[in-house]
Design a binder for this molecule. Structure first.
Ligand SMILES: NC(=O)c1ccc[n+]([C@@H]2O[C@H](COP(=O)([O-])OP(=O)(O)OC[C@H]3O[C@@H](n4cnc5c(N)ncnc54)[C@H](O)[C@@H]3O)[C@@H](O)[C@H]2O)c1
Ligand SMILES: [Zn+2]
Length: 368
């Protein structure tokens, strides 16, 4: 594959800066990168039961060609693997395998594997090198960028974790071929979000390229993923530890969390809940006079055109309203709503009247 068909996005974080490489079949790039790092020979690959059988062996062989001796650990696919008990089992395996301070950890999987492997990399021996090989669209455009790693606690998601940057992220578009359609749509929810919060021309690109996006045509997918990474990287570079700007990444997420909670994390996957939440946030923005109705329609239509839901079935307004005060982003009872004042730009407001929120929720659940 020729160079021009690759994209490279630099995440600028001072001494923790790193590159995201996006292309098809990145074997040679990965081998050259690993050889240049001076890692210890013993390494860890974390993957899951859907990804491991498909891509585990080829990844281990690739790392062996780069001079490593990897231990491959396969966890059960799904959110419950993001736990301290699974992490503890993996610590045992890596200690037995003899990994040392310069042993790299590779995350080969979706966001669950990325968050878990990153958590292990950040804690084992007070931190060992970490490389992301994201295989789901969500992981490629969202969870592998930004350096948040975590496991869940029985009382809440992502409560045990830290900020820990990888040495590199390699995004191989070919891996998406086996990703189920619904997992594609969860990634698209976050991708649409980037257009809304940061880049109107990217939003317009998504509107125009609908067919190629849904088919994941290589040139379109490459641009869509690279631009999403650039936008997340730009936001994160300005606010690594979520003190301010990074909040805009939560556009659509306040209502999304309420929807996920209300539907037991089963009916809607995360990107679908975000899609519905973005319609709600656009609606609130319109009610406050920040945007006009045709802009809300544009947001709604793109979400629907890319196969995502715009209404939440099985949710009650009262329960959703209650739920937004339990979100961990709600501080001292005040909800910071990320709203839009045009496509490509946001405003954070904590003065949204209850009636406006309830009205938007009523529309989302189909009551208004
Ligand atoms: N760290 C962050 O900043 C951040 C941001 C967003 C989300 N997250 C976390 O990411 C997780 C969600 O990530 P996700 O949506 O990737 O979920 P996931 O890791 O569970 O992957 C989704 C499903 O797709 C499968 N899969 C992945 N790649 C595949 C492939 N190439 N072929 C076939 N099947 C494949 C997985 O096995 C799984 O069943 C959540 O735990 C969330 O908290 C973290
Ligand atoms: Zn999200």
């Amino acid at each position: 594959m020729c160079e021009s068909e690759q994209r490279r996005v630099r995440v600028e974080l001072g001494k923790d800066s790193y590159d995201i490489v996006i292309g098809q079949g990145l074997e040679e790039e990965i081998i050259a990168f690993v050889r240049a790092q001076g890692y210890s020979r013993k390494a860890l690959v974390v993957t899951d039961t859907n990804v491991g059988p498909r891509y585990g062996t080829q990844t281990v062989r690739l790392l062996e060609r780069a001079g490593l001796s990897p231990l491959c650990v396969t966890v059960s696919a799904g959110e419950p693997s993001k736990s301290l008990s699974v992490a503890e089992d993996i610590y045992t395996r890596v200690i037995e395998h003899g990994l040392d301070r310069r042993s790299p950890v590779f995350a080969l999987g979706g966001g669950v594997v990325g968050d878990l492997a990153g958590f292990i990399a950040s804690t084992y021996m007070r931190g060992v090198p970490f490389v992301q090989l994201p295989t789901s669209l969500l992981a490629q455009v969202d969870s592998s960028v930004g350096g948040k790693v975590a496991v869940n606690h029985a009382l809440g998601k992502n409560l045990i974790g830290c900020f820990y940057q990888p040495d590199a992220v390699f995004i191989d578009l070919d891996l998406l071929e086996t990703l189920p359609a619904r997992e594609i749509s969860t990634g698209l929810g976050e991708i649409i979000k980037y257009g809304i919060i940061y880049d109107e021309s990217f939003f317009a690109f998504l509107e125009q390229q609908r067919q190629d996006i849904l088919a994941l045509a290589p040139a379109t997918a490459r641009h869509m993923i690279a631009r999403s990474c650039e936008i997340k990287a730009a936001v994160v570079s300005q606010d690594e530890r979520e003190a301010g700007l990074r909040r805009i990444l939560n556009f659509g997420h306040t209502m999304a969390h309420a929807i996920e909670q209300e539907t037991g994390y089963v009916r809607y996957n995360h990107g679908e809940a975000v899609a519905i939440g973005m319609v709600g946030a656009a609606d609130i923005s319109c009610a406050l006079g920040l945007i006009e109705a045709p802009v809300v329609r544009r947001v709604h239509d793109l979400i629907a055109a890319l196969g995502l839901p715009t209404q939440a079935e099985g949710c009650s307004v009262d329960a959703m309203y209650e739920e937004i005060f339990h979100d961990k982003k709600t501080v001292n009872g005040s909800v910071h709503w990320v709203l839009m004042d045009r496509i490509g730009h946001t405003q954070v407001r904590s003065d949204v009247p209850e009636a406006v929120v309830r009205q938007a929720m009523a529309r989302i659940v189909g009551l208004a």
